[in-house]
Write a protein that binds this ligand. Sequence first.
Ligand code: GLC
Length: 572
Amino acid sequence: MPPSAAPSVGPQPVSSPAAPWWKSAVAYQLYPRSFMDSDGDGIGDLRGILARLDYLQWLGVDVIWICPIFDSPNDDNGYDIRDYRKILSTFGTMEDFDRLLAEVHRRGMRLILDLVLNHTSDEHPWFLESRASPDNPKRDWYIWREGRDGHPPNNWESIFRGPAWARDPATGQYYLHLFTRRQPDLDWTNPEMRAAFHDIVRWWLDKGIDGFRLDAVSHIRKMPGLPDLPNPRGLPWVPSFAMHMNVDGVLDTIGELCRETFRRYDVMTVGEANGVGPREAVEWVGSDRGRLDMIFQFEHLALWSRAPGAPLDVVALKKVLSRWQHALHGKGWNALFLENHDIPRVVSKWGDTGALWRESATALATMYFLMEGTPFIYQGQEIGMTNGVFERIEDFDDVLAKNDYAQRRLAGEEEGAIVADLVLTGRDPARTPMQWDDGPQAGFTRGRPWLAVNPNHRRINVAQQRHDPASVLNHYRRLIALRKAEPALVLGDYRLLMKDDAQIYAYQRRLDGERIAVIVNLSPRPARFDHPGVVLRHERLLLANRAVEAHPAAHALELAPYEARVYRVGKM
Ligand code: GLC
């Protein structure tokens, strides 16, 4: 379809100081290795993305966030950057990028990139200089320390397993790496490094991109003195989040970065902020604080990661998400998300991949999408993609999965048990190629994909869902259109209903007398919605994921498993 003929599902968001464009936007996260391959090497690329822009426009998304596309040795799939001003050759060239950006803009959409600022690749020229000698001018751009009797400087564990320090044979000193040893941490207390980094950010913003997602931004400052952690259990390395997640000073560093870069442009920023709670969030994203626009919080993700495999605790989910809604209403802004490239697919963990697959995928979608904040869709979520199939450790690509496996094997765990756990908690299950059609390799590549395509692409794919009005895809499209049509869904406040109900997630959005009720049964069993404060009229039904028969005005409803309905409501 020629781009000019692509249907638009609503007006493009406009900016005003009170309501910047990103508040009414819907964002789409794209993992470039797995989105679309144009040249048959089995790895997605920029021309592939270009070829699918009409699809994203048809869906109605406003902002595309692309995970790192910069030159990288790919120890952590691009989150280890060798050159911030160069495109990874597997993905294309800077000309391809410029064209992509122009084509995104021509379609009235916006593009944000992934800013990896906690660390670089160990092949980045800054690190090559830094490691050359203790008196190199860039030595202090990274974090170097002497060891202790042949051991690392402290007992911190890397987030990607093993010690957080690597000894460099050139000088015998150790450098800090919170992620893999090929991702040395930058020292954000160093003013020259900061200035050089600010330059990189401005360079991209001058190119005309529309903002950044800030990778692992809550880790960029470390506890002064880098002290040992208490270690009562005598572990070789102690999980060290507390020493580098949201520690004192991080807000000043982010504030400076924002002043020196983002605040000079009309762009959006969203920080990945593990360890930031709702009470402190206002310091991070408060509209009068001059820092970030939104953060991805991790609290609701912990409901799964602390007890993988357990059914969704609906009451706990309501508690967490409602806390964030209230904490930022009128003060800041939320980023709404259920999936990303680091966590398993939501329908596999909190939904049903069997008979109620479509209903559960659309119920989960409806639940989070209409809250206050900017919703993010992770590629494939909009067609209800499920976790990929991984049977042996060789099926995995992710460095974290491999490190985890090696460590657990050493501790004596069985291969089967580790793999089963990695499918539940790992990152590759959500990184399998996008399922475009039911053909070979799901239409993702003519070659051999870098990660196996899920065999269920014969059933779950874009081509099949695009023309099915009842599909997950068309449900997402309707959710997007509804958000754009109803100011209350963007700016209204949020009021939770039936907070103690163990099956139903229901809330109202209210703006200037307008009220919209979102009612979702998040369980595989029938449920009863009953709230004296709302009147539900069939003729005011705005959206549903199952056929709804005409019904008299009522304040109670029987809901089928995973049924979701959205009503415009009035008072009794
Ligand atoms: C973030 C990214 C993740 C990456 C890590 C290190 O958490 O989302 O994919 O591995 O940072 O950069």
